[in-house]
Design a protein around this ligand. Structure first.
Ligand code: GLN
Length: 489
C-alpha cells in the first residue's frame, strides 16, 4: 500500500515534514518497478529527474499546492523530458520542444512527475487495446482492461503507482477509465483547462482533467491546472474559483436530474443499474429532490460523435506524414506521395486509419452536408437539451459506463467498443462539465474466479460548474466508502 490515502494527505504530510518527498517518490518508483510489469500503466518513467525535483522540494527550493507529490501524466501531453508517443508508432521517437501548459502548471505547483502513461493510440478507444505499445491492465483484476483512452492514467492511480494523474477526455476518456478503476475522473468544461501541448485528437471536444482517489484530490488538481492561457485561443478568460472552498458545505435545495433517455434496456449490466438506483437513494436521503428531465437528442449522441471526432481527427492527423512530423518509411519510394502514404501506412494502427478514412469521407465534397453539417446540427440540439435540463436540475445523474471492466478481445467489433461511450459523449458534444465517481462493485457468482469490479456514476453539470459538481459528488462520497477501497497490493 501507499503511505497516505490520498494526494491531499500526501501533500499535507510533506508540507508538515511528516514525510519527505524523496522518500515518497522512492516508494512510488519502487512500486512501479515491482508492479508495473503486471499493470503496464507507464510508457516511460523519469526516476532521476523525479528524485531531483523531490530533493528540491525537501530542500525548500520548490513550494506550491502539490509540492513533492508523485503524479503521472498521459503520454499525449508534450514534455521536454522523455518522448511524447501518444502510444503510436508514428510518434515513438517524438521529443517535444516544449511543455504543455498543464505540465508547466503541475511543476510550478511543485508536483513530481514520475512518468507518462499508456493510452489508446492518439486517444482513440475505450480500453487501451488500440495502443501500439501494450494493453494496460486493471489493477482490480489484471485479466481485465482499465478502460480508455486514459487507461494507463487510471491504472497507475488504481494500482497506487502515483497519487493522481492527468488524462484527456474527448468522448469519455477520463470518466470511463476512472469508472472502471474505481476512481474519480473529471472532464472540465471546454475552455476551462488549456489544451496547449495536448496532442490534438478532436480539437472542439478535447479537454484535460484529473483522475484521482477522491473528490478533494480532483478539486486540488483543478485549482492547479485550470485557467486562461494565451497560447490556447479556446481557453476561457475567466477567473479560477477555489474548487476546495465549498466542497464540504451542505447544499440546500439540491435537484438531481434523471434523464429517461439514459435508462437503456439493452447493453446495460443489471448490476450497474442497481448501483445507480442505490446512488439515487443516497441523494434522496441527503435531502435532494429527484426530478425527471428529458434529453431527447441523446439517442443521436454516438452517431454525431463518431462523425465529428473522426472529421476533426482526419484534419489534425494530416500533419503526420513523415516529413512534417512522425515516422518516415525506410522503404524505397518513387515520389513524395508514396513517401507520405507508406509512412502513414506503417505509422498508424488500424483504429486510427479507420477514423481518418471515416473523417475524410464525411468531409469530402458532396458528403459534407449529409454527414458533418448534420452532425453539427445535432450538436446544437444536444446543447439545447442540456440547457433546458439544467433549468430544472443542478446535475444530471447517469451511469458512466454501461458495464464494468471487460477483458481484452471482448469488444473486437469496433461498434461494440464505440457503444462504451453512450453515457459520456454528449458531455463533450455540449462542452459541459462531467465527473465520474465510484458507486459500487460487481458481485461475482459464488464459486467463480471473477473478482469484484468497480462501478461508477456520472454527474453532468452546466458550463463551469466544476466546484458545484464536485460538491454534489462529495455528498455521495461522504456517506459511502467506495472511494476508500483500494485494489490491494
Ligand atoms: N472512446 C472514445 C473514442 O474512442 C473517446 C475517446 C476519448 O475521449 N479520447 O473516441
Amino acid at each position: 500500500m501507499l503511505p497516505f490515502e490520498t494526494l491531499l494527505g500526501a501533500r499535507d504530510a510533506i508540507a508538515s515534514k511528516k514525510a519527505s518527498s524523496v522518500e515518497l517518490t522512492k516508494i512510488v518508483l519502487d512500486r512501479i518497478a515491482k508492479l508495473d510489469p503486471a499493470y503496464r500503466a507507464y510508457v516511460s518513467t523519469f526516476p532521476d529527474r523525479a528524485l531531483g525535483v523531490a530533493g528540491e522540494v525537501d530542500a525548500g527550493k520548490r513550494v506550491g499546492p502539490l509540492a513533492g507529490v508523485p503524479i503521472a501524466i498521459k503520454d499525449n501531453l508534450c514534455t521536454t523530458f522523455g518522448a511524447t508517443t501518444c502510444s503510436s508508432k508514428m510518434l515513438q521517437n517524438f521529443y517535444a520542444p516544449y511543455n504543455a501548459t498543464v505540465v508547466e502548471k503541475l511543476e510550478a505547483a511543485g508536483a513530481v512527475i514520475v512518468g507518462k502513461t499508456n493510452l489508446d493510440e492518439f486517444a482513440m478507444g475505450s480500453s487501451t487495446e488500440n495502443s501500439a505499445l501494450m494493453v494496460s491492465r486493471n489493477p482490480w483484476d489484471t485479466r481485465t482492461i482499465p478502460g480508455g483512452s486514459s487507461g494507463g492514467s487510471a491504472s497507475a492511480v488504481a494500482g497506487m503507482l502515483a497519487y493522481a494523474s492527468l488524462g484527456s477526455d474527448t468522448g469519455g476518456s477520463i470518466r470511463q477509465p476512472a469508472s472502471l478503476c474505481g476512481l474519480v475522473g473529471l472532464k472540465p468544461t471546454y475552455g476551462r483547462v488549456s489544451r496547449y501541448g495536448l496532442v490534438a485528437f478532436a480539437s472542439s471536444l478535447d479537454q484535460i482533467g484529473p483522475i484521482t482517489f477522491d473528490c478533494a484530490d480532483a478539486a486540488l488538481l483543478m485549482n492547479v491546472i485550470s485557467g486562461h492561457d494565451a497560447r490556447d485561443s479556446t481557453s476561457a478568460a475567466m477567473d479560477v474559483p477555489d474548487h476546495l472552498a465549498d466542497l464540504e458545505k451542505p447544499m440546500k435545495g439540491l435537484r438531481i436530474g434523471i434523464a429517461r433517455e439514459f435508462d437503456l434496456d439493452e447493453g446495460m449490466d443489471a448490476e450497474v443499474k442497481a448501483s445507480i438506483d442505490r446512488a439515487i437513494e443516497v441523494y434522496k436521503s441527503a435531502g435532494a429532490t429527484i426530478v425527471d428531465v428529458s434529453l431527447p437528442h441523446t439517442k443521436y449522441g454516438i452517431a454525431a460523435y463518431y462523425v465529428i471526432a473522426p472529421c476533426e481527427a482526419s484534419s489534425n492527423l494530416a500533419r503526420y506524414d513523415g516529413v512534417h512530423y512522425g515516422h518516415r518509411t525506410a522503404e524505397p519510394v518513387r515520389d513524395i506521395i508514396e513517401l507520405f502514404s507508406k509512412s502513414r501506412y506503417e505509422g498508424f494502427g488500424d483504429e486510427v486509419k479507420r477514423r481518418i478514412m471515416i473523417g475524410t469521407y464525411a468531409l469530402s465534397s458532396g458528403y459534407y452536408d449529409a454527414y458533418y453539417n448534420r452532425a453539427l446540427k445535432v450538436r446544437t440540439l444536444i446543447s439545447r437539451d442540456f440547457e433546458q435540463a439544467f433549468e430544472k436540475c443542478d446535475a444530471v445523474l447517469s451511469p458512466t459506463s454501461p458495464t464494468a471492466a471487460f477483458r481484452p478481445g471482448d469488444k473486437a467489433d469496433p461498434l461494440a467498443m464505440y457503444l462504451c461511450d453512450v453515457f459520456t459523449v454528449t458531455c463533450n458534444i455540449a462542452g459541459i462539465a462531467g465527473v465520474s465517481i465510484p458507486c459500487g462493485f460487481t458481485t461475482p457468482e459464488p464459486g467463480s474466479d471473477e473478482k469484484p469490479l468497480p462501478i461508477g456514476l456520472q454527474l453532468l453539470g452546466p458550463n463551469f460548474s466544476e466546484p458545484k459538481l464536485l460538491q454534489i459528488a462529495r455528498i455521495h462520497e461522504r456517506v459511502t466508502d467506495y472511494h476508500t477501497r483500494r485494489s490491494g497490493a
